[in-house]
Design a protein around this ligand. Structure first.
Ligand code: GTP
Ligand code: MG
Length: 138
């Protein structure tokens, strides 16, 4: 079964939306097999989003991700990576399909409530960034 790394971002944790967002994942058949609430430092956020280091919004993104606690989680299910991205909706909430997390909750393209891995290789890397094998309880 496939696993993916999900992050409930600061704009969502701040507005008490963790439960509502988790309900969307569970309703879509994704199982939360690991989950913790943590406060990232800007340096840790920078390391996580290293692939975006050359993008103009990198500094803003890292500061935002360190601005409030985040909930990091591992979601498991058939085709979990694609399914999670479908439930999240498009990066820009203005383009997100109705009923998706970003359509319902995201505030802007930057403060867009959730992150999800985009491929099997990045999912494996991102899961290992936050979790040890002992913390994954299928
Ligand atoms: P993630 O699941 O968070 O990786 O989102 P994504 O795959 O839909 O988007 P992408 O990987 O292209 O960008 C990563 C994150 O950078 C986005 O989720 C946004 O939070 C942020 N981001 C992307 N574009 C912009 C932008 O134009 N401005 C700002 N401030 N942030 C952006
Ligand atoms: Mg991405």
């Amino acid at each position: 079964v496939e696993r993916t790394l999900s992050i409930i971002k600061p704009d969502a944790t701040k507005r008490n939306l963790t439960g509502k967002i988790n309900a969307k994942f569970e309703d879509a058949g994704l199982r939360i097999v690991a989950q913790k609430r943590i406060q990232l430092t800007p340096a840790q956020a920078g390391k996580f989003y290293e692939v975006h280091a050359e993008r103009p919004f990198y500094g803003e993104l890292c500061d935002f991700m360190a601005s409030e606690p985040v909930v990091v989680q591992v979601l498991e299910g058939e085709g979990a990576i694609a399914k999670n991205r479908e439930v999240m909706g498009a990066t820009n909430p203005a383009d997100a399909a109705p009923g998706t997390i970003r359509a319902e909750f995201a505030e802007s393209v930057g403060e867009n409530s959730v992150h999800g891995s985009d491929a099997p290789e990045t999912a494996a890397q991102e899961i290992a960034f936050f979790f040890s094998g002992l913390e994954l309880v299928g």
